[in-house]
Design a protein around this ligand. Structure first.
Ligand code: SF4
Length: 183
């Protein structure tokens, strides 16, 4: 349901639902006619039907009005729907970045693989990989000394992984920060 001026006039923020506040924030961001909008979990509190409306609005602003978006989310499905490029981050570090389809389907970085394989719909596929990933449980000391923060969980960890941060390496058009791909 759309929000009219009559619905919002004279109300305090606490009188709106989370979803309504998100929609108002998005509208407010558009008033200045920006060339770039940064959105952080913009549809997380919005019900499924309204979610598609907002995602389609973003798509049309991107494709027709040439407004760029940085879309920050934990929801890979909406990220895939809206994005040209996706960057996967682990603890504040970009570990893989490239065209959305390549990143999500080809999955070069061990963390990207683990992240996607553990989603419910993918859990039955490539089970071999899930078995190779060590269970969570951070060894704090190891985490602090690691140049590379995923090393404490990675089955493929080599000596160099805790000594030097991996560069971004081009793998079939995707940039991957992992020593596995260093030639
Ligand atoms: S750099 Fe090393 S620890 Fe990090 S993902 Fe690659 S193999 Fe695993």
């Amino acid at each position: 349901m759309s929000l009219s001026f009559k619905d919002i006039k004279g109300k305090y923020p606490r009188e709106f639902s989370g979803g309504e506040l998100q929609r108002i924030s998005i509208t407010r961001a558009l008033l200045s006619k920006p060339s770039l909008i940064i959105v952080d979990e913009p549809v997380s509190m919005i019900d499924a039907s309204m979610r598609m409306n907002i995602l389609n609005m973003f798509k049309s602003l991107k494709d027709d009005d040439k407004i760029s978006f940085i879309y920050v989310t934990h929801d890979l499905a909406t990220a895939y729907y809206i994005s040209d490029d996706i960057a996967i981050m682990y603890r504040g570090v970009i570990v893989e970045v490239g065209p959305a389809e390549k990143v999500l389907i080809e999955r070069y970085h061990p963390y990207t693989k683990a992240l996607i394989e553990t989603l419910p719909e993918y859990s039955k596929r490539n089970e071999w990989f899930a078995k190779k990933v060590k269970p969570p449980g951070i060894e704090v000391k190891e985490f602090m000394i690691s140049y590379y923060k995923y090393a404490h969980l990675c089955h493929f960890k080599m000596d160099i992984c805790t000594q030097k941060r991996p560069p971004m390496i081009d793998v079939n058009g995707v940039k991957v920060s992992c020593w596995l791909y260093k030639k």
